[in-house]
Design a protein around this ligand. Structure first.
Ligand code: AHG
Ligand code: MN
Ligand code: MN
Length: 354
């Protein structure tokens, strides 16, 4: 952040921070700033519902299943509709891609199409919401690249390294918005009494190496050899490198990621051969892996699919999945070494099943 002189806590709102960052881009139209503020507004509204979820009839399932074949929680729907209704008529967005809609949402007349494409996980970790586990909203912003007046799929299907901004809002013991526009990673905590996100975590940097690993061990019999050997390695004693690591798994990507971002560590959702839908991992590239990869990279960490930087992966369809290994730089690079050593490039489900 300019000048490193961190402003007095309790007065530096996310709006002031975003506008200060906009000053660094003289050609900025103000639309990008307003788009980030629209997302912050959606976060405040969703936070209000999440925090009273136990009291009002908004927990539980809608009875529908989404394109992923997953049961849709009422709060998934609520979060999705809240964000879409704020963004779709703002005039700042040309197309929206969200986990809860099978097709991209192009902004058509009478609404004006703007210069930005937004991919969203409206509510991440929602299967945990009834158990009062922290959940979150994840967003990714690309610049419109298509030639026509309206948004096209190609505006969403861009590589993660083309993102203009990415972030998440985590609805936990407090509600926080963490975002990056490529100029550091900054965390803001919602003060409900004033309704503002106030700067609480300026210039977040993830430790180069952590002492925590985060993976669903229930899938371990279906991992590749490289992942199996790597997790086994983390459990062996070695004072020098701080092993054995501790295991922490919340089952909500935003929560597991946020803990590791602040304290260091590695999160893995690898390909697993239990489920034909998960041979490319469970998590989605455009609205889970790529935004987290953008954030972690701008905090000094790294995100890989096991063989390449997540940010270099070409997106070909909205709900495309990818294995995700993300967190402290040295830990993720070390995991890649195990995959290079044990998993040949041609390994796929068929071979695995023999
Ligand atoms: P979502 O609620 O948006 O579908 O995402 C859930 C994801 C992610 O939050 C978490 O890391 C992962 O599902 C947990 O999956 P498992 O329960 O299979 O471990
Ligand atoms: Mn999710
Ligand atoms: Mn979700």
């Amino acid at each position: 952040m300019e000048g490193k002189s961190v402003p007095p806590k309790g007065t530096w709102t996310i709006e002031r921070h975003i506008m200060l960052q906009e000053k660094a881009h003289p050609d900025a139209s103000g639309d990008f700033t307003q788009l980030l503020m629209d997302i912050a507004l959606a976060g405040k509204i969703i936070s209000r519902e999440v925090n009273k979820a136990g009291l009002v009839e908004i927990l539980g399932l809608t009875g529908e299943t989404n394109v992923q074949g997953e049961q849709v929680q009422k709060l998934d729907d609520y979060a999705n509709h809240t964000i879409l209704s704020i963004l779709d008529r703002s005039g700042r967005v040309c197309i929206l891609g969200t986990e809860e809609n099978s097709e991209p949402i192009r902004i058509l007349p009478p609404y004006e199409a703007g210069n930005y494409a937004v991919s969203l996980d409206p509510l991440d970790g929602s299967s945990n919401i009834d158990a009062n586990v922290s959940v979150g909203t994840i967003f990714s912003i690309h610049r419109k690249v298509s030639k026509g007046p309206r948004g096209e799929d190609e505006d969403l299907l861009q590589k993660g390294n083309k993102q203009l901004a990415a972030g998440y809002i985590i609805y936990g013991s407090s509600t926080m918005m963490v975002y990056s526009t490529g100029n550091g990673v900054h965390g803001f905590t919602l003060d409900p009494s004033v309704g503002e996100f106030l700067l609480s975590h300026p210039d977040i940097r993830i430790p180069k190496r952590g002492s925590v690993y985060s993976v669903n061990e229930g899938n371990s019999l279906f991992w590749s050899k490289g992942i199996t050997e790597y997790i086994h390695y983390l459990k062996q004693r070695d004072e020098q490198s701080g092993r054995p690591y501790s295991s922490r798994y919340i089952g909500s990507l935003v929560s597991d990621f946020h803990r590791n971002l602040l304290h260091g560590g590695i999160f893995l959702y690898p390909a697993d051969f239990k489920d034909p839908n998960k041979t490319q991992g469970k998590l989605r590239l455009l609205y889970e892996a790529a935004p987290m990869a953008f954030i972690v990279e701008h905090a000094g960490g790294y995100a890989s699919d096991g063989r390449q930087n997540i940010l270099d992966i070409e997106a070909t369809e909205l709900h495309q999945r990818t294995p995700l290994i993300v967190g402290s730089y040295e830990d993720v690079k070390e995991c890649e070494k195990f995959i290079a050593e044990y998993d040949n490039d041609k390994l796929d489900v068929k071979e695995k099943k023999k």
